[in-house]
Design a binder for this molecule. Sequence first.
Ligand code: SDX
Length: 392
Amino acid sequence: TGGVTTIDPGFKNTGSCESAITFLNGEEGILRYRGYSIEELAEKADFLEVAFLLIFGELPTKEELDKFHADIKEQSVVDDDIKKILDAFPKTAHPMGVLSSLTSALTAFNPSSVNVDSEEDMYKSVVKILGKFPVLVAWTMRKKQGLPLDYGDNSLGYVENILKMMFKKPNEEYNQSSILVNALDKLLILHADHEQNCSTSTVRIVGSAHTGLFASISSGISALWGPLHGGANQAVLEMLSGIEADGGDTKKYMAKAKDKSDPFRLMGFGHRVYKNFDPRAKIIKVAADEVLGDLGVEDPILDIAKGLEKEALEDQYFVDRKLYPNVDFYSGIIYRAMGIPTDMFTVMFALGRLPGWIAQWREMRLRKEPIGRPRQVYTGENSRAFKDIENR
Ligand code: SDX
C-alpha cells in the first residue's frame, strides 16, 4: 500500500496538532482567540492588542503594548533594495504574488531571522515582520497605482499608519478618517486567526522544516491567494459585479451554483468547518451597513449581496448543504467603500491573518513539533523492468 490503508482528502477529519490559540465550534458558530470571543475583541480591542494576545497568549498591559508597538516601529524600515524587486514586476502582476515574493525576500535582507532557537531571537523576527509587512502591503498597492512609495509615520497608530502609507497622495493634506481606521481595525481583528485553515496549515508545515518565519509566512500568502480560500473575497466582488452587470438576476446565478455541470460556485458561501453562520460574516455584514452609511456610500452591490444571501438561506440545496455566507462574503464591500482596489482584497486578508500565522508558527516551534511528513496509499504500477527506447 505504500504506508497507510486509508486517506483523508483535504484532511476533513484529520487533527494535525494540538493548539491553545484559537477555538472554533462550527456547529454553533463560535470563534474565540485565546478564550476571548471575537464579538468582544472586535468591539473592545484594537488590532495590535489582538496580535499580542494571539502571539503571546494574554491581553497586554498598557506597558507591554507600548513596548510591543515601540519594538515594531523600530523595525518598520524596509531595505530600499526591496524596491528593485518590486520594480521588476509588471503593473499587471497580482498583488498576492508580489507580496509573497517580497515577504520571502525579507530573509535576504535579514539573514539572522532564520535562527530562532531562543525565544529572544524568535521575538526579534516577530517584530521585524510585524513592522515591515504593512510597508510591503502599502508598497504593493502604490506600485500598481504608479504612486510614490511612503515609509509611513511612526507617530501614528499601527492601523492609522497602514492607511496613511496606502492612501496619502503626494503634495496633499492627508486627513486621517476615524471611520476608515475603525473599519480596518475591526476587519483585521476578524481575520486574525482561524485555527488550522489551509494557509495556516501551510505556514506550520513549511515552518516544521525549520524554515525561517518570513519564508513560512510567504508560503501562507501563496495558499491564501487561492479563490477557494482568501482569494474568495476578491472573487465575491467580481461575482456580485457580474450579477449587477447582468441585470441583478440572482436567481440565474443561484441556478448556476446548483448545476453540477457548471463549475460556478457562489463565492463567499460555504465553509469546511462552519455548518452554521460564520460569526465573522454576521459582524462584517452589520459593519458594511455602518461603514457605507458613515461614508455616505450607496453601493448597489450591497443590496445584491443581501438579496443573494436571502435567496440562498431559503434554498433547499443550500440549506441541505449548510451553505452560509462566510468571512469573505461582505468584507470586499467594505474594502471597496474604503477605496481599496479589488485585487488588493486578499492582501488585506493576509494583513489581518499575519498575527495568526505568526502565533501558530511560534507555537509549533516552541513545542518542537516534528517535521510534517504524511504518508499515502500507493495506486501506481507494480515493479517492472526498464525498456530500451527502441523497444518502447
Ligand atoms: C476562507 O478554513 C478556513 O477557516 C478558511 C477561512 C479562514 O478564515 O481561514 O474561513 C477563510 O477560506 C473562507 C472560504 C472562502 N471560500 C469561498 O467562499 C469559495 C466558495 N466556497 C466553496 O468552494 C467551499 O464551500 C469551501 C472551499 C469553502 C469549502 O469546501 P469543502 O468543505 O471542501 O466543501 P465541498 O466543496 O465538498 O462542498 C460540499 C457540497 C458540495 O456539493 P455536493 O457534492 O455535496 O452535492 O456543497 C457544495 C459542493 O458542490 N458547495 C457549494 C459551495 N460550497 C460548497 N455549492 C455552491 N456554492 C458554494 N460556494
